[in-house]
Ligand binder design. Sequence first.
Ligand SMILES: [Zn+2]
Length: 148
Amino acid sequence: MIMIANAKCQHCGNVFETDGMNKTEFCPHCGKETFIVGQAFDPAPANTAAALKQIREQTCYKTLRELIGVVQILFFIAAGLAGLGVTGNFLELGQVASSIGGILLAVIIGLVSAFILIVLGIAWKQAALLLVDIADCQIRLAGNTASR
Ligand SMILES: [Zn+2]
């Protein structure tokens, strides 16, 4: 694999592409020899994202990953029910107290409950997927070592 890097000429400041293998190159703009400085390889996040995508496509834990998604949906459903339920309960109390403050408090508590459950659901999925990713990586590494 050839890594394409951007090199900046020390003399004219023009940027040109290099394979990044040499410490000096002749600048295509001014023709002078320049040290390869300020080179920027392909950004790591893209490679990391591609690697992660590959790991998740070739996972050994397909069912587990699907289950993690299902559990997250359950969290969201619970968030909806909690939001409605808590709001409903407190609305009744609020109506008994017949104050606008009580009703407002009921809505706020309901929304906060729902919000906490949604955040928990998102955090759950990220944490769970992280663990499965680590497990898949370990298996891939073990497989690479074994095939050598
Ligand atoms: Zn130059």
